[in-house]
Every structure is written in structure tokens, then in C-alpha cells.
Write a protein that binds this ligand. Structure first.
Ligand code: SF4
Ligand code: SF4
Length: 530
């Protein structure tokens, strides 16, 4: 019951924070990676294990492995060493993490979360820590500390909200990424990350959809578009020489409500006559490697440029996915580039050069569509969305990692007539996470997700009560998968949709028949009557 989860105790923790003991209570942790998936990726120490086991079957020499891994990363990533050294404990980040706000667990304060790793850094990598130990804020690396890392670094969605408020720019998400990478060195990853990553290696996508099912799913979507609009859309797969490679998260062609977003893309591409192809190999834009290690992220991402090269396209257009854009925008150029075999993207319809995408050669679908609307290239009937009163959830990665703040709003305000923002401190760069990102969107840790998502849901509740909002629009596949559960729990009566679903509803396609339903098959409102 929601009232039970709200029974949190906002008081300082009892006892000494340096005590690493954690309780793996049902609902508060994710299951360990299965040996099958870990082996598939060639990860160390594959075995059957669970976090609640007394014996985690750590490999012999695990402590040396972790310390060597830490040393390597301190030398490799200047940011990591800096973040270990410069926190002044000013407190600006303490109440900015949604997991802390939803749980009141002090170790979910960003600075204290980082301290779990920092205390070990101090003990083994600073002179004062080596000499004075605990007196200098150092902690011994023990098996209990490993368990504590696992517990708290898998209660961080790498959302970076805390970094917005840190005067020193400390990015706790980066610290979490390093901590998870270290845990992977001794075989302590979670299955909800490792299995999708293994699927991606096997079939090209997280869901493990094989090429023929990928094709079937897209063909089914084309049939749906035909039924809705009377227009037959073509979906080219693996077509060499197309101008654009379109890459989307696999949930778009296999999940709901994502699927309606896919219908929106297909209608848009047909209407503007886009010369594009999708790929049955790069059939996933998302990248669960981001939630595991830099190496895995790089390996998974490689397929996008490889397919762009093989299919001889000019540039890449990407769908509505959150962490896909974190990887594409922040890492792809360095990890998988240079993309010198591609061309700086130019819209074939408006002639706009996407200078911001010059190096990655990858444009976000919202940038692309907003540009079309800005140049009056699309006809919309916003009354078709009149059954919705809409608000927009800035997904953490597109908003904070790539500054995609205005384009989705630009589209929504033209495709819908009823739009209201959530409170200022909960949107744009300060947006609250869904509570399920970074591989935490699984069922076994539902309590953590509901607690972590509480600040987001609370803001939705505010606009529901004030303006009658009944739809939360977003541009992230994880959001679309997990927000429905969150809202059903905290704010029943609010649904979730992609921005391009609403665009598809409103889009007037050339030669379309009189539409009677929206993309969900619901009757369209009488024209002009909300
Ligand atoms: S805001 Fe930055 S410097 Fe201040 S306590 Fe948090 S991490 Fe440390
Ligand atoms: S990155 Fe997000 S989840 Fe992690 S500590 Fe910061 S605010 Fe919390």
C-alpha cells in the first residue's frame, strides 16, 4: 500500500555509517547474473549465486583483483581520481537523490554513496589512509564492503541529478559506473543487465528477438498503420544505399506503450518520403553495457557504426530511447569513432544541417521532427489528442546528458492542445528519475523502484490534481516500460505515451482515410470537443 511505503523515517542513521552490513530484504535488490549469461559475455567468475546467499563464492584473490582494478581506473580516468579527492561534504547533493527522498536511507545520499568507494580509496591509495587507516576516513576492503557496494550501487540509476547541484561537478553516476565495473571483475553483476547484454550479442537486441521476428513485428506494424489510415507504408530492412539508418530501442517493436511510438515513426517517415532503412543486426539502440562497464558498452555499441558502414548510409537517425542517447552523445565518438565514413546529417526535407551531430553523425528523432514542424513541413490536427491532458517527463539521459529539453516540448505543444508542465524543480535538468533506469527496471526490486520513483510520481500527482493531467509523455523506452507500474501505484489514472505516438495521432497524412480511432484503437474525440 502507498501509505506503507510513505512510512519513512527522515532521521540520521543509528550507529556508525562505516558498518557495511546490509540486509538483502525481498524487494530491495536485484538477482545476480546467471552463469549462462555471464559466460556468454565472457565475464569472470560465472556461477549460480544470489545476493542473499551467505557465501558469494568470490574468486580467489578477489581483494587483489578489486584493488588492481581500482588502481587501473584511477590511472585511466582522471575524473574518477578527481571525484575521489574533491568532495568537501558541503551537503548540496544530500537531498537531491530520488532514492534518498523515497527511502530516507542515508547511504542513498549521493555523497555518502560515493563515500562507500571513497573510504576504500583512502585506505589503500592515499598516504594518510595507509598510515592512519580509519582515523583518516579509510575502510578495509572486506566481503561485507563488497556486499554493501552491490546493494547501494544497484540503488543508483546513474541519473546524474545530484551532479546538477554539486558545486564541484562531482558526477556520482560516474562513480557508480566504476563501482559496478569493479564488481563485474569478480562476477557480481545483476542479471537484469547481463542477460539483456548477452541477448544483444546473440541477436542484436536486448529482448533476444531474432531477425525473422523483427521483420514480422515491423510488418505487423505496417498492417496496423494501413488499418488506421488506409495507407500502406513500406519498412525497408537492411537496404543498402539508403540515406538514413534508423535505429530504435527494441521495446518499440515489442512492448507497449512503446509500440504506438513505432507507429508514429512509420507514419512520419512515409509522409515525408524519408529514404531510410532499419537493420536487423543493429536492431537495438539501447545499450545495457552502460550499466555494467565501459568495455561492454563499447562492444555493444559497435554494431551501430558497423551497420551504418555496411549499409553505406549517410547518417543515423535514432528513436525514443534514454540511455541510447547518453551512449551516442557522450561516448560513441570516442569509443567507436571516428565516423568519418558518414556525412554530417542534413535533413532531406528542410535542408537543416545538424551541426550538433557533426561528429557522431546521429540525430535524435525529436530534433528531426521539431525541425520539420519549425519549417511547416507537417500538417497536424491536434484535436485528435483531445482526450489527453498531457505533461512531459524529461528522461534523465536525453535531458541531462544531451540537453534535449525544448524539442520534445515543441512537438507536444503542436500535437496536443492540453499541455501542462510539472513544477519547475522537477523538470528539465532537474528532472526526477523514473527510479528504474540503469538496469533496475526488474520486478524483484519493486519496492526500491517505487520508493525511487516517488518524487517523480509526486510531481505527476500535483499536475493531475491541479490540471487534470491524464497522460505522461516521455522519450525513453525504460520510462515507457516502468512508469506505468509506478503511476498505477502512486497516481492511478495517468497513462504513459511516447512523443511520436501523439505526433502520429495528430499527423494528417496525404491521402489518408477519415480516421476513426487513435493509434491505440480508441475512438477519436469529436472534432473540437475535448
Ligand atoms: S554536492 Fe558535491 S561537494 Fe557537496 S557533498 Fe555532494 S558530492 Fe560532495
Ligand atoms: S546519479 Fe541519481 S541515483 Fe545516483 S546518487 Fe545521483 S541522484 Fe542518486
Amino acid at each position: 500500500m502507498p501509505t506503507e511505503l510513505l512510512q519513512i523515517e527522515p532521521a540520521p542513521p543509528r550507529g556508525d555509517w562505516t558498518d557495511p552490513t546490509v540486509q538483502f530484504r525481498k524487494g530491495s535488490f536485484c538477482y545476480g547474473a546467471t552463469p549462462k549469461s555471464a559466460s556468454y559475455l565472457g565475464l569472470p567468475n560465472p556461477r549460480k549465486w544470489q545476493p542473499f546467499d551467505a557465501d558469494w563464492q568470490l574468486p580467489s584473490g578477489w581483494k587483489d583483483t578489486l584493488l588492481a582494478g581500482m588502481k587501473e581506473r584511477l590511472n585511466k580516468y582522471r575524473s574518477f581520481r578527481l571525484f575521489m579527492d574533491i568532495c568537501v561534504r558541503c551537503g548540496a547533493c544530500f537531498d537531491k537523490c530520488h532514492f534518498y527522498l523515497g527511502s530516507s536511507d542515508a547511504k542513498n545520499m549521493p555523497a555518502l554513496r560515493a563515500e562507500l568507494l571513497r573510504s576504500v580509496y583512502r585506505r589503500y591509495f592515499t598516504l594518510s589512509g595507509r598510515v592512519f587507516g580509519a582515523l583518516a576516513g579509510g575502510r578495509e576492503l572486506t566481503e561485507d564492503v563488497v556486499k554493501e557496494w552491490f546493494y547501494y550501487f544497484y540503488q543508483c540509476t546513474e541519473c546524474r541529478r545530484c551532479s546538477v547541484f554539486c558545486p564541484y561537478g562531482i558526477d556520482t553516476a560516474e562513480i557508480t559506473m566504476i563501482a559496478r565495473e569493479l564488481l563485474d571483475l569478480i562476477g557480481c553483476g545483476i542479471n537484469w543487465v547481463i542477460e539483456p547484454a548477452a541477448n544483444c550479442f546473440r541477436t542484436g537486441n536486448h529482448l533476444g528477438v531474432p531477425p525473422h521476428a523483427f521483420k514480422d513485428s515491423l510488418e505487423f506494424a505496417a498492417t496496423e498503420v494501413k488499418e488506421l489510415t488506409g495507407i500502406g507504408v513500406k519498412i525497408p530492412i537492411n537496404r543498402k544505399g539508403a540515406e538514413v539508418l534508423f535505429v530504435m530501442p527494441s521495446a518499440d517493436y515489442f512492448g507497449e506503450p512503446h509500440y504506438y511510438t513505432l507507429l508514429g515513426y512509420l507514419m512520419l517517415f512515409h509522409e515525408i518520403g524519408l529514404d531510410y532503412t532499419v537493420s536487423a543486426f543493429a536492431s537495438e539502440g539501447g545499450n545495457f553495457g552502460l550499466f555494467s562497464s565501459h568495455e561492454l558498452m563499447k562492444r555493444l555499441n559497435a554494431k551501430i557504426y558497423e551497420e551504418a558502414r555496411r549499409l553505406r548510409v549517410k547518417w543515423i537517425l535514432g528513436g525514443e530511447c534514454g540511455h541510447m542517447w547518453r551512449v551516442l552523445h557522450q561516448y560513441m565518438d570516442t569509443m567507436n569513432g571516428p565516423a568519418d565514413f558518414l556525412e554530417p546529417p542534413v535533413s532531406p526535407v528542410t535542408g537543416t544541417r545538424f551541426e550538433n551531430a557533426r561528429s557522431t553523425c546521429a540525430v535524435h528523432i525529436c530534433e528531426f521532427t521539431a525541425d520539420l514542424l519549425y519549417h511547416n513541413k507537417l500538417r497536424l490536427d491536434a484535436t485528435r489528442n483531445d482526450r489527453w491532458t498531457v505533461t512531459f517527463h524529461d528522461s534523465c539521459n536525453p535531458s541531462r546528458a544531451m540537453g534535449l529539453l525544448d524539442e520534445p516540448r515543441y512537438i507536444l505543444k503542436r500535437a496536443c492542445r492540453n499541455f501542462h508542465e510539472m513544477p519547475e524543480d522537477t523538470i528539465r535538468e532537474k528532472t526526477f528519475c523514473c527510479g528504474s533506469g540503469a538496469g533496475l527496471g526488474t520486478d524483484e526490486n519493486l519496492e526500491v523502484r517505487l520508493r525511487g520513483g516517488f518524487p517523480r510520481a509526486n510531481a505527476v500527482r500535483y499536475v493531475k490534481e491541479k490540471h487534470g493531467v491524464n497522460l505522461l509523455a516521455c522519450i525513453c523506452a525504460i520510462d515507457k516500460a516502468t512508469l506505468p507500474t509506478l503511476l498505477e501505484y502512486w497516481v492511478p489514472g495517468v497513462e504513459v505515451a511516447g512523443v511520436h505516438e501523439l505526433l502520429g495521432n495528430a499527423l494528417i497524412m496525404t491521402g489518408e482515410k477519415q480516421r476513426t480511432t487513435d493509434l491505440r484503437g480508441e475512438p477519436l474525440p469529436e472534432r473540437g470537443e475535448p
